[in-house]
Every structure is written in C-alpha cells, then in structure tokens.
Design a protein around this ligand. Structure first.
Ligand code: F6P
Length: 522
C-alpha cells in the first residue's frame, strides 16, 4: 500500500487545531501548572525511560486534536507500510527497513518477495566474528602485530552515526583507538595520519555508494600513505569496506572476504544499525553493539504498537508540529546533560534536516506550509554558559529537549547532583521564569532597592518557554539505542504528517555536481 497522500492543512483536524490554537495561543505554562496533576497527565514511560512533556503550551484538548490529525493523516497505516518493507521511499524506489536490522523477531520481512532476515543475521555474524578477531588481537597486520587503531573513512550517514555512538559509549570502549576521517579537507586526514602506525592500523572504508568524493579521496590518500611502508599484498590485512557497490570496492583493491555488505533498503543516515556500525562493534565489542540494536528494537515495538496517545515518538513529533506549524517556531534545541552525548546534535542535524528539509509534497507540488525544523544544540551544563541566554530571554520561541540520566557512569555523586540540579533548574527557569514581583523583592532583599527602576526589566524572565524532559536511568548501549530510534520515529512521523518524502536527499546533489564541474575546469 502506498503512503497516504493528504495535505495536512486540508484535514478536519488541522482546521480544529487552528481554531483551538486561536483560542489558547496566549496560555501560559505557569497558569497551566496550577492544576495539580499536570505532570502525571503529561508524562509517558517506557521501562527505563520517562518523558515529561508537561511544560508545553498544551492542554489535553491539544493532544487530542494532534492525535486526531495523526489518525486522519493515516499514520498507523504508514507505520505498517514502513515496517512491512513496502516501497515508501518512492522517489528512489526503495523500501526503508532500518527497523528490520534490529529486529529479533522470527517474522519474515519481504523485499521483492524475499525474506531479508537471514541476510541480516549472516551480516551480524560476520560483524561479530571480525570484531572478536580484531579486539582479541588474533587479527594481525602485515608485520605480525595486532591492531591498535581503527580509522573509519566515511561521511554523512557513513560517519556521523558511528562517530556519535562511539563517542557516546566511550565508557564501554576497549583498548582500540578509533578515529573518524570525513572531511575532504586534507588537513583532517593529515592530522589523523600523524597518530597512526601503518603496521597496526585497520582502515574501515564506509560508503554506501562507494562514489562519494570525500570518502574515496581520503581512502586513496590513506592507501597511498600505507603503501609507503607496505605492499599491495598487505592491503587485505589492513583495509575493509562497507558498501552496496561491490564492483567499486573490488576496483579499489579490497579483498572480497573483507567486504561487509549493506543494502539499498537502508538509508545512509539510518544505517548505523547495519555494517556501517562496524567501527562501533570494534570499539565497544559486539555484545554492546547488539545491546544498542536491542534498545532500538524496544523503541520500534513501542512505536509500532502503542496507541498514539501514549506513544513517545508520536507525541513528541506532534508537539514539534504544534510549535512548527502553529506557533511558527523555526528551530528546536537538543540539550543532552551528558558530555558523552556531545555529538548527538550533529548526528541529529543530518537525520532530521536531510530527511525533512523538503519543500515539495508527495504529489510533487510546492508546499505552502512549514516542514522540517532546524535542529541544533550542545551539552549541559556548558551551553548554559554559551547560548542559553537567548533561549531564556531572546525574542525567539525555541522548544527544547532536555536529555538526562538519573545515574552517572563513574558515580561522582556530587558532580551528578549538580548536573541534574542544573537540568531541572533550566527546565523550570524556561517554563516558569521570574516575575517582576520576584525581581522587585530580590533587589530589595539584596540591598539593591535603589537599582529597582533601572534593573528590573532586564532581570525579568517571562518564562512560558516549552521543553521536554527525556530522562533515562543510565547511559547504556541499550538506552542509547532507544534514544536514537526515538528520534528516527519522530522524523518519520513528521514526514508523514507533512506529506513529504523523508528518505530521499536530492537537495544535496546540486552542490556536489557543481563542485565536480569546477574541479574539471581547474
Ligand atoms: O550527503 C548526502 C549523502 O548521500 C548522505 O545521505 C549519505 O549519508 C552520505 O552522502 C554518504 O554517502 P555514502 O555512504 O554513499 O558515501
């Protein structure tokens, strides 16, 4: 079944949401909070994850109408189409099955009539056995030494996902040093080369197409550097590839046994769950990599089966639509209170903006409503000393996701208490602000009554700034898998509502073509 094809603004629910918005647009979170059960009424849980979305400019009626919109649009049917392997990436004529990569169920998933589950299992076994050999030191380089360094060569989805996960799971890392080369800027690869020993380095070239200029250029440079000390016969011990383009991989000189396949039904920015995640498995071990996949599967099952009212990705996607399309918010902040997650905003920028940055609907018509949000962010508490001034007192409405963990990994409880006090402090400051009366009193009590006239307006916080508190027990491979899958399903839900194709990315092509033309002229 094809994806539903409805202009969201022409639905009954959208009309009702417009009327509802006009009625409640000036509501204040501060006033909404006068009702006792708000936190309980606007919270959702999934085992070790709880999501408190009570500090939003919404009432129960808002949620009801947003859920009506999702139903009227045909979201449930669209979810089934995706999970069942229908060709929902219509413009590229492909199914979209990153969910199948992490499925433990025996149920077959068919692509062109063939069950893909067995090939996924075979690929996982290959990742496991290769990772075990390299980590245990059994895999030897050309001079008989074990591997010490892994270099992931890729860009976009072939870099951002693995890089973000390896950074986020640093606590679980083994002895291997992992490096990521992506930029075609030669200074990037040069800086990394400085730190490598050709005898003990393993290069993982990751490119779905194996034609990407940046990746092939970096791979050639590293191969030439390697060949300064080794011979072409040593390449099999030091170069492996992850790709769908087996011919190009072969032409590059990679041994057939060292090729990890991926498939057209996995989009680049959703591919860390495939062999694109090989660097993850090498860095943290296959068991942890598998736990990451299991966490994602838990979110998949929730997303597919939970009714929309209590479905975490659906509700947060709808809230984002509420701010984007009704309040006119242009950006969203992702603010993890964990230094480990410092690369999450970069990763999400590709996942969200490459997917939903579209201006043409599923009929090919130009869209006259807003689609993809701009996403940005950084880690707490650092960002509190950087951009949060604007989020608190600036003129823009910026809904924010605060991601936190109840427990820290190293157990420095004093630090963690302070970290989480800041997490909740920022959320409350955004929502509740500080009134004129509070500022007045504060200046008086601190002996600054003479400054009230001059300082008061600058010290007032209006509040009423929305946020979601996304809280896990602990940062583990499993909880991280759940978090990433949550954002993937949020992206999908929004693409369905906005009636766009989320899984192509033609917008990145023109610049590439022009760069190639300019290069030829040089
Ligand atoms: O930037 C466009 C893009 O096609 C991304 O979607 C993709 O993740 C990246 O380039 C890398 O592509 P490949 O894995 O084919 O090298």
């Amino acid at each position: 079944m094809a994806l539903p094809n409805n202009n969201p603004t022409q639905t009954i629910a959208w009309q009702q949401l417009t009327d509802h918005f006009n009625e409640i647009k000036d509501i204040k979170i501060q006033d909404l909070y006068k009702h006792d059960d708000r936190q309980k009424d606007f919270s959702l849980t999934l085992n070790d994850l709880s999501v408190d979305f009570s500090k939003n400019r919404i009432t129960s009626e808002t949620i009801k109408l947003l859920v009506d919109l999702a139903k009227e649009i045909g979201l449930q049917e669209a979810i089934e189409s995706q999970f069942n392997g229908e060709v929902i990436n219509v413009t590229e004529n492909r199914a979209v099955l990153h969910t199948a990569l992490r499925s433990n169920s025996e149920d077959p998933v068919l692509v062109e009539g063939k069950n893909i589950k067995p090939q996924i299992q075979t690929a996982l076994r290959k990742i496991r056995s290769f990772s075990n050999k390299v980590i245990s030191g059994k895999w030897k380089g050309y001079t008989g030494k074990s591997i010490t360094d892994i270099v992931n060569i890729g860009i976009g989805g072939s870099d951002l996902g693995p890089d973000m996960i390896v950074e986020s799971l640093q606590y679980y890392k083994n002895h291997l040093n992992t490096h990521f080369v992506s930029n075609v800027d030669g200074d990037h690869v040069s800086e990394i080369m400085k730190r490598l020993d050709p005898e003990t380095t393993l290069f993982v070239i990751v490119s779905k197409t194996f034609t990407t200029q940046e990746t092939i250029t970096n791979a050639e440079t590293l191969k030439n550097w390697f060949l300064k000390s080794a011979t072409i016969f040593d390449i099999p011990k030091h170069f492996v590839a992850v790709s769908t383009n087996l011919v190009a991989v072969d032409n590059f000189g990679i041994d057939k046994a060292n090729v990890f396949t991926m498939w057209n039904w996995v989009g680049g920015r959703f591919s860390l769950w495939s062999a694109v995640g090989l660097s993850i498995s090498l860095s943290v071990g296959f068991e942890n990599y598998k736990a990451l996949l299991d966490g994602a599967e838990e979110m998949d099952i929730h997303f597919r089966n939970e009714s929309f009212e209590t479905n975490i990705p659906v509700i947060l996607a709808l809230l984002s639509v509420w701010y984007n399309n009704f309040y006119g918010a242009e950006t969203e902040a992702v603010l993890p209170y964990s230094q480990y997650l410092k690369k999450l905003p970069d990763y999400l920028q590709q996942a969200i903006m490459e997917s939903n940055g579209k201006g043409v609907d599923r009929n090919g018509d130009k869209i006259d409503y807003q689609t993809g949000t701009i996403v940005w962010g950084s880690t707490g508490t650092n960002m509190q000393h950087a951009f949060m001034q604007l989020v608190h007192q600036g003129t823009k409405l910026i809904p924010a996701d605060f991601i936190g963990y109840k427990e820290s990994l190293y157990g420095l409880t004093d630090h963690h208490k302070k970290l989480m006090a800041n997490y909740y402090g920022q959320i409350d400051a955004l929502a509740f602000g500080k009134t004129k009366e509070d500022v007045h009193l504060e200046l008086q009590v601190s002996g600054n009554a003479d400054k009230i006239n001059t300082l008061l307006p600058f010290k007032v916080f209006e509040g009423n700034r929305p946020s979601n508190a996304i809280l896990f027990d602990k940062l583990t491979p499993k909880s991280l898998g759940k978090l990433v899958a949550f954002y993937e399903h949020k992206i999908f839900t929004q693409g369905i509502i906005w009636n766009i194709y989320s899984y192509d990315q033609f917008g990145v092509e023109l610049g590439k073509e022009l760069a190639k033309k300019l290069l030829k002229k040089q």
